[in-house]
Structures are given as C-alpha cells and as structure tokens.
Design a protein around this ligand. Structure first.
Ligand code: SAM
Ligand code: SF4
Length: 326
C-alpha cells in the first residue's frame, strides 16, 4: 500500500498519455502555439505498462488515462489494451472528439465509464472556448457512447460570465438522458487567465439549480471529489467538484503521472519525482514513489487554502493543466 503521512491510502493512478491536444481550451492550454513534448520524451507503451504494474502491485485498483487528449496519441489503442489486462479498473477522461474511432477498443478493453469534457451546449460558445469547430462531433459521440451503454459523466468547468448561464440547461439535459453532469469550479494553473471572481462556487451552483429544480443529495464515498445530487424523474444526475471553495483533500487517494513520467502527488503539488529516467536505467522506482507520496501536503499541494478570494494565480508554482494531466 502507498500511504502518506496523513494515513491516506493511494489506490487511484491517473496517467497522462500526452500533453498534445486537438482542442485549445484557454483555461487548460494557455498558448495557441504551445510546443508539445517530443515523442522520445514521453513514456512509451511498455514503460507505461511497467510503471502501472508497479503501482497496481502496491495497491492501486483504479487507473484513469488522461492528458492532454489521450486519444490523439497514435498508440492509444495499444496502451488501452495493455492496461486492460491489469487487475485494476480502467477508465478515461477525454474531450470526446475521437471517441467514434475508439468505441470498439474501449468496449473490448472492458472500460465501462467515461469522463467527457463539455463546457457549453452552444456550438458558437464551444468554438470560443476551445478554438476548434468540433461541437457536433462531441455531442454525437456523447450520444454514441451512452447508446452503447457506457456510464457517461460530462465535466463542465463553470466560469462566471462565460457559461454560468447554462447551468440549468445542463441539468435539464439529465431529465431524459442518462448523463451525469459534473460542474467543476474553475481552478488556477500557470498562465490560464484565472481570477478569483471568475470562480462559480458549489454554493452558487446549487442556488442556481434550486431556482428551477428540487434536488436530493446522493450518498457518496470517502474518495469522492464530487458532491452528487438527483432530481425526481430525471434519468441522469448532477454533481459539483468544489476544489476551490470546499476542497476534498482529506479523502484523497489520487496520484498523477505526467506524460513525461513525473509523479505528482497532488494537482497543485510544486514537487514532482522523475520515474521515467530511473526506469530507463533499470533502477527500482518503488522507493521513489513511496518517498514522493510521503512528502504529500495535507491539502491543495500546500500552496493555498479554500480562502481563494485573495489568491493571485502567480502565487502558485505549477505547470499548466495540459502538462499535468487533469
Ligand atoms: N482532454 C481531456 C478532456 O478535456 O477531458 C482530458 C484532459 S483535461 C486536462 C481533464 C479535465 O481537466 C477536463 O475536464 C477539463 O475541463 C479540466 N480542466 C482543465 N483545466 C481546468 C481548470 N483550469 N479548472 C478546472 N478544470 C480544468
Ligand atoms: Fe485539450 Fe482537455 Fe485541455 Fe481542452 S481541457 S485543451 S480538450 S486537454
């Protein structure tokens, strides 16, 4: 078991396959002409498999592939197939633009649940937020995967003045569609134009939903990052991921491996541990993993507190989201 000094067991590994992406969400990929990490510096399929095996042998029972956009990687299918053989549940966070090409692969690999990012239900606004004309493809692919029986969660980052007027449109979507919408509080990362007054908090989101719907909290488990709610008569549910206003660090079981093989023990951790270089040299990386997790801070990477109103993004020392792996 991989346990930190606060007694938290780390059973969930998120692996970024690439920092490349075919969308340009401004809050995630700050520059239009961002230089992607060259393939030689990324973990190769066998290296991803070797590292994942070490984590699974030490208690990890859930692996999520993310990025960047994991499905832009040419060998994504091989990686999915290789990891599906491990005794851990495998899942994926994706922007959905390429899901139609991977539906069979995912089904064959036994993937049951997908997290899909979609911040707006309006085609024009999608173009503005992502700088790419892919709204129709994403919507069609969400329907495709729901039709194939996948449990689909839709992640929407809510930002004041941009898409907070669509909160109830998303909730309305859950009436006749078995889709699980998760509103995410806007988080600060290097260069992402974050400002505290653009965050829409859990409290504000619930107040908006309650203007139109009667909501019932759903029971969660200790590792949940989302507080989920049901609405009578709705096939789907909605939830809020309140990282900024009500962090859930006490139940955290997550570790992150960046596409270039660095271990981060928190989305906001300043420190990272290179596992890829020692792995390539044939060294034992388990002591490095344990040491990294032993250094995990109590909350929010030790960089800020939930009193985020006075936070300035330049006070946080971190990568941009696209290079971490969300
Ligand atoms: N490309 C995939 C996708 O978009 O789902 C996977 C990677 S993306 C970095 C993972 C998640 O991080 C997405 O749901 C995205 O909305 C979220 N994200 C990125 N930047 C964020 C920010 N500044 N605040 C909150 N969530 C963010
Ligand atoms: Fe790409 Fe996902 Fe980041 Fe958008 S949120 S730029 S889709 S990695």
């Amino acid at each position: 078991m991989i346990i930190d000094t606060f007694g938290r067991s780390h059973t969930y590994l998120r692996i970024s396959l690439t920092d490349n992406c075919n969308l340009r969400c401004f809050y995630c990929m700050p520059e239009e002409n961002y230089t992607f990490t060259p393939a030689s510096r990324l973990m190769q399929t066998e290296e991803i498999e070797a590292l994942a095996k070490i984590f699974v042998a030490n208690g990890v029972d859930k692996v999520r592939l993310t990025g960047g956009e994991p499905l832009v990687r040419k060998d994504a299918g091989e990686i999915i197939a290789a990891l599906s053989k491990l005794p851990a549940s495998l899942t994926l966070t994706t922007n959905a633009t390429r899901l139609h090409e991977f539906a069979d692969t995912l089904q064959e690999a036994g993937v049951r649940s997908l997290n899909i990012s979609l911040d707006t239900l309006q085609a024009q606004k999608f173009m503005m937020l992502t700088r790419r004309d892919q709204f129709r493809q994403v919507r069609d692919n969400i329907d495709l995967m729901i039709g194939r029986g996948f449990h689909v969660k839709v992640n929407a980052v809510i930002m004041k003045g941009l898409n907070d007027n669509e909160i109830n449109d998303f909730v309305e979507w859950t009436r006749d569609t078995p889709v699980h919408v998760r509103f995410i509080e806007f988080m600060p990362f290097s260069g992402n134009r974050w400002a505290s007054n653009k965050v829409v908090t859990l409290h504000e989101i619930l107040a908006t939903v309650q203007q139109q719907f009667t909501i019932t909290p759903l029971a969660g488990d200790q590792h949940d990052t989302a507080k989920a709610f049901s609405i009578p008569g709705h096939l789907g549910t909605f939830a809020v991921i309140s990282t900024m206003s009500t962090p859930f660090c006490s139940g955290c079981n997550r570790m992150r491996l960046t596409a270039d093989g660095k271990l981060k023990n928190c989305l906001f951790s300043r420190e990272e541990t290179d596992l890829l270089t020692p792995l390539r040299k044939g060294d034992d990386v388990l002591p490095l993993i344990l040491q990294n997790i032993a250094g995990k801070k109590k909350e929010l990477g030790g960089q800020f507190t939930e009193d985020f109103q006075h936070l300035h993004p330049e006070d946080i020392d971190n990568r941009s989201m696209i290079t971490i792996g969300g």
